[in-house]
Design a binder for this molecule. Structure first.
Ligand SMILES: Nc1ncnc2c1ncn2[C@@H]1O[C@H](COP(=O)(O)OP(=O)(O)OP(=O)(O)O)[C@@H](O)[C@H]1O
Ligand SMILES: [Mg+2]
Length: 257
């Protein structure tokens, strides 16, 4: 059997810096290791490709909807191997880069239960993930992906918060819901973003009070703002950017490199 790769998912309240952390983690792995990486954009808004500077050819949700449609309209013969077909289509939309690949999940339609298609998707994605040393999943804001068990089998969940109460409360709810639905998350770590050093103890104490490990924080980074405004991929940030240095030190502290 293939060895399963290390899976990291990044979650938290809307707009707290999940996509930034996902991109900076990728950059960290590229700079510091020779590991193979799969980036999964789990957010229907599909922002990650632009932040990484890659073009996508399609989304998993679009392909799944097409297969459901084809089955329903009788366009696919009864004995066709639907799983192989679906797998082929997924490999077609997988963006391959020299150093990392990217898969965009896209926006699911959510109506009707095509359990067989969803089941096939789970199998295909599990097999895909096994091909990489590390998979980083940039998740949708909030809790729904936890209750839908989208990222149920992860080695490390990084929950990002800014200095807002709602950010912290969302982190606490994510942990609670994960426990309620018994998802298999091996390690959950709170990461602060847009903090200043004097705020750090508040986030650290909060993490301790809700039983989350504290992983460190990312400061405000002028380069991130500038690159964002100019539309330059975050992956190209200068080596000495404060946010990149912070994520590298977080990754070292968590021993995930
Ligand atoms: N440390 C930082 N320094 C400067 N700008 C930042 C920092 N963190 C986040 N930003 C900016 O804040 C915005 C939101 O960040 P990001 O898109 O990473 O959040 P998100 O949690 O992924 O949002 P969403 O919930 O919409 O997916 C972006 O424009 C990003 O460039
Ligand atoms: Mg995002």
């Amino acid at each position: 059997m293939k060895r399963k790769g290390f899976v990291i998912s990044v979650s938290g309240k809307g707009g707290v810096g999940k996509t930034l952390l996902s991109a900076l983690l990728l950059r960290t792995y590229l700079d510091e290791t020779d590991k193979t990486i799969l980036m999964v954009d789990g957010d229907p808004a599909t922002n990650l490709p632009e932040v990484l500077g890659v073009e996508i050819k399609g989304t998993v949700a679009y392909i799944a909807a097409k297969l459901k449609d084809d089955i329903q309209m009788g366009r696919i013969s009864y004995d066709a191997s639907k799983r192989e077909m679906l797998e082929g289509w997924i490999y077609e939309i997988l963006v391959e880069n020299p150093r990392f690949d990217l898969l965009a999940m896209g926006r699911g339609e959510g109506e009707g239960c095509y359990c067989s298609v969803n089941y096939m998707l789970t199998l295909i994605l599990t097999n895909l993930i096994a091909n990489y040393d590390v998979t980083i999943m940039d998740m949708e804001a909030g809790l729904e992906h936890i209750s839908r068990r989208v990222d149920s089998d992860v080695d490390l969940m990084l929950i990002v918060t800014d200095r807002s109460r709602m950010g912290l409360k969302t982190a606490a709810r994510i942990k609670e819901v994960a426990e309620e639905v018994h998802v298999d998350i091996k390690r959950m770590v709170l990461i602060g973003n847009l903090l200043e050093e004097e705020d750090e103890h508040i986030i650290r104490d909060y993490a301790n009070s809700i039983g989350l490990e504290y992983g460190g924080y990312i400061p405000y980074d002028e380069n991130v703002s500038l690159y964002n405004m100019k539309g330059i991929p975050i992956l190209k940030l200068p080596n000495n950017s404060p946010s990149l240095l912070a994520v590298k030190s977080i990754a070292r502290r968590l021993s995930i490199l």
